[in-house]
Design a binder for this molecule. Structure first.
Ligand code: SF4
Length: 455
């Protein structure tokens, strides 16, 4: 994890620090106000702050503009080199979320270039998911049988330092041409097995409303397309874009889903929550795809807070992605065990509705592979032995089992896993558990007099 002690010019990639769930304070859950950042402070209170076109026009695109907007920023040679290698854009809205002008701040890490991006081990590449190999028509990725992904634009309002599509996003800003769109429609008509198209990019919501409408109408003209999904980070980095005009256009294309990309609780501002509410009120179900990023959100409590805040904002946590093997993101990668540890922490603490699926998007275009802690302890033809989040171990009888009670164990014999898998015992309880302590108390009756308690 990058710590506040590491300067931007530190050439070494920070070593992984993986404290267990409860032994460390989660970084960056502070709620202090934004830094005083010169030009930013002058603009926040003005009317133009609510105008998304103003945010697009005033994106921070160069290191000179970074200096102008963030006078307290220390510009190191490493920052300069990284900004030359990968595109830079930050909306004033997103820049205003930075609370600390250094790598201890999660928003800073996700948008300000860092020297660590130049670290380039040989297992990284520009297109680790081999999307270009699965592109039968330029701009359309067809990997899974029933769905396809359309790169509708290469523009984003903010270029995420951890972007998996760095080879496309921001290298040359443009949107799909009418001719290319027609090629895509022709392919979709010839492949009626595709029922679901994800409009992605770049960020489709940076397109002019009429241009995005042209894309959505073209997709809707294909009878076999059931659902359209839009992948966008606009609610996070430029929520002002979610205007009545945009939402009015989108609602013509139901069933339409939106997946957005919040990574840290600090991104869920009042404006972002309002933008999500506007989309959900228009009948658009919203999901969230986070990326697990070292120094940003690789702590169980940060992910827990993020998921709680998302679900409260009517955005369903959908995926938690392992960082892809893409050039420029090595310093963000966490060990796979970190994701599994986070999933272990969430289960039992958080409603299933708020728990995302942890996935690795496999190299070589292998697709999404879900990873979970191991909940199967053992199995036999007659019983599977499972464990829950508390450490309770329980025997699950397979179908077709005789209803005869297995021979009881002698009183002085404690059951082990084998006794559970052979049907001689049904569970092993942890010595202490809040849930079982509650059970030991006599329950209050639903009606009438309180029952006697045994404690
Ligand atoms: S918004 Fe999406 S496509 Fe654009 S830079 Fe961020 S992650 Fe990449």
């Amino acid at each position: 994890m990058l710590t506040s002690g590491q300067s931007e010019g530190d050439a070494s990639v920070a070593s992984s620090s993986t404290p267990s769930a409860d032994d460390a304070q989660p970084p960056s859950l502070a709620t202090s106000s934004s830094l005083s950042t010169g030009k930013l402070q002058e603009c926040i209170a003005t009317e133009q702050w609510q105008d998304w076109r103003w945010h697009m026009r005033n994106r921070i695109r160069t290191v000179a503009q970074l200096r102008e907007w963030m006078p307290t920023l220390k510009v190191s040679p490493g920052l300069l080199s990284a900004a030359e290698k990968f595109p830079l854009a930050i909306t004033p809205h997103y820049a205003s979320l930075i609370r600390q002008m250094d790598s201890s701040d999660p928003i800073y890490l996700m948008c300000v270039p860092q020297m660590q991006e130049l670290c380039d081990p040989k297992f990284l590449c520009d297109d680790p998911l081999e999307e270009d190999e699965d592109m039968p028509v330029p701009g359309l990725v067809h990997r899974y049988g029933d769905r396809a992904l359309l790169i509708s634009t290469t523009t984003c309002s903010t270029y995420c330092r951890h972007c998996t599509r760095k080879r496309v996003a921001g290298m040359h800003e443009s949107s799909i041409s009418p001719r290319r769109l027609q090629q895509v429609v022709t392919y979709l008509l010839a492949h009626p097995e595709i029922h679901d198209v994800i409009v992605s990019g770049g960020d489709p919501l940076t397109m002019a409303t009429e241009n995005l409408e042209r894309v959505l109408s073209s997709l809707r003209s294909v009878p076999s397309i059931d659902i359209i999904r839009i992948g966008t980070r606009v609610p996070v980095v430029m929520p002002q874009r979610v205007t009545d005009e945009l939402v009015g256009m989108l609602r013509k294309f139901h069933p339409l889903y939106i997946n957005t990309h919040f990574n840290h609780p600090n991104e869920l501002t009042a404006d972002s929550v309002a933008a999500c509410a506007k989309l959900v009120d228009a009948g658009i179900p919203m999901g969230n795809q986070s990326v697990l990023l070292r120094g940003v959100n690789d702590h169980p409590k940060i992910i827990e807070t993020l998921c709680r805040n998302l679900i409260r904002s009517r955005v369903r946590p959908y995926y938690l992605f392992q960082c892809d093997l893409v050039r420029g993101v090595e310093h963000f990668r966490t060990p796979l065990s970190r994701g599994i540890e986070i999933m272990e922490y969430l289960r039992g603490r958080l409603s299933g509705l708020a728990i995302p699926t942890f996935v690795v998007d496999a190299p070589h275009g292998g697709g999404k592979i879900p990873l979970l802690p191991n909940y199967i302890v053992s199995s036999s033809p007659t019983h599977t032995v499972l464990r829950n989040f508390e450490g309770m171990i329980v025997s699950y009888p397979e179908p077709g089992m005789s209803s005869e009670t297995p021979q009881a164990l002698p009183e002085n014999v404690a059951p082990g896993v084998w006794e559970l898998s052979s049907g001689q015992a049904t569970s092993i309880l942890p010595a202490a558990s809040n849930r079982h302590n509650r059970r030991r108390r006599k329950a209050m009756p639903l009606f009438g007099q309180p029952a006697e308690t045994s404690e």
